[in-house]
Design a protein around this ligand. Sequence first.
Ligand code: GRF
Length: 212
Amino acid sequence: MKAEKTFVVLASGRGSNFQAIIDRVSDGYIPAVCTALITDNPDAYAIERARAAGIPGEVVAFRSFTNKQLYESALIAAIQKYDPDLVVLAGYMRILGSEVVRRYSGRMVNIHPSLLPSFAGLHAQDQAIQYGVKVAGCTVHFVTEDMDAGPVIIQRTVPVLEGDDGDILADRILVEEHKAFPEAIRLFFEERLRIEGRAVRISSSPSLNRCD
Ligand code: GRF
C-alpha cells in the first residue's frame, strides 16, 4: 500500500497552475505528493518546471499517434504507471474521451477560467469581455463527459474593469486560479468533498480527524 496520497498533473503549456500546485505541496498546504507531470505537448514549459522540481515528466505527444483512441490508450498507460489517487488537469488543452473520464470519475479535476456554467470552452476570458459581464473568475470542477460541466468544487471571482481586454482579465483571473486550485486539491485529499448529483458538498472539518 502507498504510504502517501499521490496525484499527477496533466498540462499542455505554460504550467503556471502546475507550479502553484507543486509550490503548495512543498510548503505542506496540500497533503499529497505530485508524482508526475504528463503533457501532450513536447514543447510545454511545464516540462521545465517539472524538471526544476525533480518531478518526472512524461510526454505523450498527441501528434505522434494516428488516432485519438491510440493517443488516449497511451495517456491512460502513462497515468496508470503512477497509480494516482487524483488526476489534475491544469491547462490541459484536449477534450478527453469517455474511457479516460469514466476511469477517473470522481477523482479527476479541472480548472476553467470562467464562472461556470458561463463561458465554457475556449477563450473564456474573451467571451466574458465580449458579453460585458462585470464579474468574472475561475472554477475548479470534477471532470465529467460533458465539457466544463462537472460538479463545481470552488469558484473565485474578480471584477471586470473598464478598459479590460481578454489578456488583462486573464491575468487577473490567473491570480485567483493559483489560489483556487491548491485549495480544491487540499479539500480533496482531506476527504472533505462529496459529490451529490450536480453539487459538491464540502464538509467543514477534515474527515481525517473524525473518530467514526
Ligand atoms: C489557465 O487559465 C486555465 O484555467 C486554462 O488554461 C490556462 C492554463 O494556464 N484551462 P497555465 O498553463 O496553468 O499557466
